[in-house]
Design a protein around this ligand. Sequence first.
Ligand code: PMP
Length: 399
Amino acid sequence: MFEHLQPLPADPILNLMVQYRQDTNPNKVDLGVGVYKDEAGNTPIMAAVTEAEKIILATETTKSYIGPAGAEGFNHHVSRLLLGNQHSVLSDQRLAIAQTPGGCGALRMAAEFVAKCRSDVTVWVSTPTWANHIPLLQGAGLTIAEYPYFDKDTKGVQFDAMMDMLSKQTKAGDIVLLHGCCHNPSGADLSREQWDAVAALCVEKGLMPFVDIAYQGLGDGLGEDAYGLRKLADTVPEMLIASSCSKNFGLYRERTGAVMVLAASAEQAKISGSLLFSTIRGHYSMPPAHGAAIVETILSNEKLTQMWDTELTEMRQRILQLRHALADQIAAAGCEQSFAFIPEQKGMFSFLGISKEQVARLRDEYSIYMVDSSRVNIAGLNSSNLDYVAQSLTNVLKG
Ligand code: PMP
């Protein structure tokens, strides 16, 4: 059976990681893989996570099954972290929620759920979007279409073109996938006014928003980053959410996320929940427990929540400071091109907006690694490599 198989091309980011590891240049810089790094270049375990793990180790009494929806306490706290404590969706019981294996698990289960509701639905994704969105959604049999998003000239959002496409080319019942904050890969986010306009359009055209939020707290703040999601939840009758705790709790390998279905009524939410849980049962049966137990332990303990919030704030501020420092250092290196857009963007990623050839030169001549699209992980910068990156980029742009 396997003798007919042909190898698939290696994943570009994983390939980049291998090349980086094999590079012997002591000045090498990894701006490729999308994980947070501290000043020392490490991806540390947050102190609040370690404290929560100690509590879990001391108090856990069983490893018995938890069921397809995962841990109730985790679901309770995560829904409030996203929607706010007082949201009417919660008090009206319009929410079905399940803990999932990471944001990827949430995206895929939402897609499988939609495919069971209606198989002819089109999901509109931004151009560009996170590369894994396509296989995760298409794998469930959904049709993908694209709406214009990132403007290569202004480095912001092509909002008029986006709205034009969504208002003219979509049909009622279509789904619009939106990045809740910190757009991956571009770092270009919608403004509050733009979120308001998208929410109004969804109501007017009968479109269902699907918010993927994987970086809450790494843009402007926990509440600020949920503005669009909360606005939509205030406005539309139905909505999907996929959330991830990989970045804001640093739980990448623990596979911790949540999928949420906001339905028009409590009754529909209950029915949606039964379909969602049966979908999960048919895929991986139930999610892993440990990461969600950590999040639940932190969010149900005031002292640990405070500790986590302080650490998350430090991460966010470090990224913002690096954004400013990178733009300043490039200007100080005498670069003719302006990179003043970098501090305007949000979260871990930005496109430098340089060519594939220039990306290759940075890698081959300077051992600076980034994805071919010129997406950089800002958190991969630190005070010992920032000047080097700014100078090398300036050299490459001079030709
Ligand atoms: N959505 C986006 C936009 C992401 O960037 C990521 C992580 N790179 C995810 C979802 C899912 O992350 P995970 O499955 O690791 O929680």
